[in-house]
Design a protein around this ligand. Structure first.
Ligand code: ADP
Ligand code: MG
Length: 254
């Protein structure tokens, strides 16, 4: 098999004396959609934040596309990156949050082109053209001049997805992308994510949307108390979980 897009090996993360991630190991292959489920406080967001450099891991290793997160290779030595050197690595991983975090005083298109302009120093004309393509991909090309406040929550989240895609990430992380939405707006965001998955994007999705997990995920990981308790085929994990903690969780959310 070719190199995985994400390889986590024994990832640990502590805040002070409290260990939140207790040795997470998993691989996500190119084009795979992995859903991460688990109770609140189990460490799902922390794990995603570690992959995207928003937190520094305490132990273990994270590799994205053969590059170790937080390090650069010089010859056969690994050097730890300084904070101001992490932007390029961070840009290879797109992240979509529960709260859309759009800039309120910028239009949809301006939000989307910000990363390419600032991080990638892309020429403005190219950033604008590619930004429109990304908005088109999430079905919002006609709303490019709208400000966030003029868009519904579902539309804002689709802009946030377009913004993440604009950096052409190798991996997309979604942290409960539909949890803040009114129920009638959830579907349009899941549809965009489903088409992104169909286009071959590698994705890790933290969600409580069991339908999405069942239909779209290639693999489901159940996390509890900072550990992966159970991983496998979505139907097996969701319909016939082996572990008591998975069973207890699913009996509450389904
Ligand atoms: P989940 O996303 O599964 O709900 P989180 O990763 O957000 O879980 O949080 C896991 C635990 O880590 C929680 O107990 C939370 O309070 C704690 N935690 C998260 N971030 C920090 C932080 N910056 N400092 C201290 N504790 C934190
Ligand atoms: Mg969370």
């Amino acid at each position: 098999m070719s190199e995985p897009v994400l390889r986590a090996h024994g990832v640990r993360k502590s805040f002070g004396h409290l260990e939140i991630l207790k040795g997470i190991s998993l691989e996500v292959q190119a084009g795979q959609v992995a859903c991460l489920l688990g109770p609140s406080g189990s460490g799902k967001s922390t794990f995603l934040r570690c992959i995207n450099h928003l937190e520094k891991i305490s132990d273990g290793e994270l590799w994205v596309h053969g590059e170790r997160i937080g390090y650069r290779r010089a010859g056969n030595k690994l050097h730890e990156l300084k904070e101001n050197e992490t932007a390029r690595q961070r840009a290879s991983v797109g992240m979509v949050f529960q709260q859309f975090n759009l800039f309120p005083h910028r239009t949809a298109l301006e939000n989307v082109i910000e990363g390419p302009l600032i991080v990638q120093k892309m020429p403005r004309a190219q950033a604008l053209a590619e930004g429109m393509e990304m908005l088109d991909r999430v079905g919002l090309a006609d709303k490019y001049q709208h400000y966030p406040a003029q868009l519904s929550g579902g539309q804002q989240q689709r802009v946030a997805i377009a913004r993440a895609l604009a950096l052409k990430p190798k991996l997309m992380l979604f942290d409960e992308p539909t949890s803040a939405l009114d129920p009638e707006l959830v579907g349009e965001v899941l549809d965009v994510m489903t088409s992104l998955a169909a286009s071959g994007m590698t994705m890790i999705v933290v969600t409580h949307e069991m339908g999405f997990a069942k239909e779209v995920a290639d693999v489901v990981h159940f996390m509890a108390d900072g550990q992966l308790v159970e991983s496998g085929d979505p139907r097996q994990v969701l319909e016939n979980p082996r572990e008591p903690r998975t069973q207890a969780f699913l009996s509450k959310v389904l």
